[in-house]
Write a protein that binds this ligand. Structure first.
Ligand code: OSB
Ligand code: MG
Length: 379
């Protein structure tokens, strides 16, 4: 049994080493919502809400998540006992509260972190993760021209990344991918992520990507377009991977039933946390659908949850789990996340809790907003 008596919300600002551009927007400074949860026993653990600055990737933002956590979600958990492992926290948060998955996930994941600490074990073991190391890919933002993208891709390949993902949009797609494909050895795994930039009438254009042997194309169409993704998949040789569309287990069942995609990107924030992530993982494993762990430009805190999740057995493709230095001058955790020359990140299987320690002095320094949430009567 876990009983959370306080959740401290903080907003910190962390500048990316370089702006990250996707088809729906650009970010140069992350506004990151951190949660620090404290159990009645006095144990604490950190979690991260991955909502962005703008409602472009999903309807949520850091500001809507803050509101949802304070007004509707934290009161359902604070001062009340929840089970351990916290398999049922998502249902407690989800009943009669639609949407706000990233806000729900932040609390839910924090409960997993606390549960691991209480059991004196690692988050990875608590989840049933099996791997000691997870394979890492890089997600490269849209660049000014193909040459600039090729430079970044070559550097990433030399660094050891096991998958090169390039963001695309109309006007920055076929020629950009062609240039990257031509610049890298034949056996390098390349993929493209459109973040919903296309419509079904673009099918003949998207089919031009087939000649490059991409391992997948991620989320070409609108998040709600499962039927059109299925029609598109029938016209493409390249496997479609869904990201934005897969917001819960049912949506994943629909993808499988309709044939809307052949691969799933699992982001715990998008689906409401680790328990739902694991259910999607299990569903896909049973259906022969490979999964990989996506990223949301997380700090070292959110990354810890992603790495633990990615150690489950059906995460068979490299995740968007780049090391700290790919994003930040300096991360907020020690040790920082690193990647070896084989493109592998070590899973902290034997470290109690999430596997990294938050640099509290640095977080205090970066904090621009803070709010303590407590159970009523514990004020
Ligand atoms: O679509 O996967 C995406 C970042 C922000 C919003 C959406 C996406 C991304 C990424 C970043 O691709 C991956 C990473 O964290 O390295
Ligand atoms: Mg994506």
């Amino acid at each position: 049994m876990i009983r959370i008596e306080r959740i401290t919300l903080r907003e910190i600002r962390l500048r990316l080493r370089e702006p990250f551009r996707i088809s729906s927007g650009v970010v140069d400074e992350r506004r990151i919502l951190l949660l620090e949860l404290r159990d009645v026993s006095g144990l604490t653990e950190w979690a991260e809400c991955v909502a962005g600055e703008q409602p472009n990737y999903s309807p949520e933002t850091i500001d809507t998540a803050w509101l949802a956590i304070r007004e509707w979600l934290a009161p359902r958990i604070l001062g009340k006992g929840v089970g351990s492992p916290p398999e049922g926290v998502f249902e407690i948060l989800d009943r009669h509260v639609s949407g706000h998955n990233m806000a729900k996930a932040a609390i839910e994941m924090g409960c997993w972190g606390i549960a691991a600490r209480l059991r004196q074990t690692s988050l990875t073991k608590m989840l049933g993760g099996e791997r000691d190391r997870v394979a890492t890919g890089i997600s490269l933002g849209i660049q000014r021209d193909p040459d600039a993208l090729v430079q970044r891709a070559q550097r990433a390949h030399a660094d050891g990344y096991r998958k090169i993902k390039v963001k695309i949009q109309p006007g920055a797609d076929v020629e950009f991918v062609r240039a990257v494909r031509a610049a890298l050895p034949k056996d390098v795994s390349i993929m493209a992520d459109a973040n919903s930039a296309y419509s079904f009438s673009d099918a003949p254009h998207l089919a031009l990507l087939d000649e490059f042997g991409l391992i997948m194309i991620e989320q070409p169409l609108h998040r709600d377009d499962l039927v059109r993704h299925a029609a598109l998949q029938r016209q493409l040789r390249t496997p479609i991977c869904l990201d934005e569309s897969i917001t819960d287990v049912t949506r994943c069942e629909d993808m499988i039933a309709l044939g809307s995609g052949k691969i799933v990107n699992i982001k715990p924030g998008r689906v409401g946390g680790l328990a739902v992530s694991r259910r999607i993982h299990d569903l896909c494993a049973a259906a022969g659908i490979p999964v990989w762990c996506g990223g949301m430009l997380e700090s070292g805190v959110g990354r810890a949850y992603n790495v633990a999740l990615a150690s489950l057995p059906n995460f068979t493709l490299p995740g968007d789990l780049s090391p700290s230095a790919r994003y930040w001058e300096q991360d907020i955790v020690t040790p920082e996340w690193t990647m070896d020359a084989e493109g592998m990140v070590t899973v902290p299987r034997d470290v109690v809790g999430i596997g990294v320690t938050v640099d509290r002095a640095r977080v205090d320094n970066l904090t621009v907003r803070r709010e303590d949430l407590r159970a009523p009567g514990n004020g």
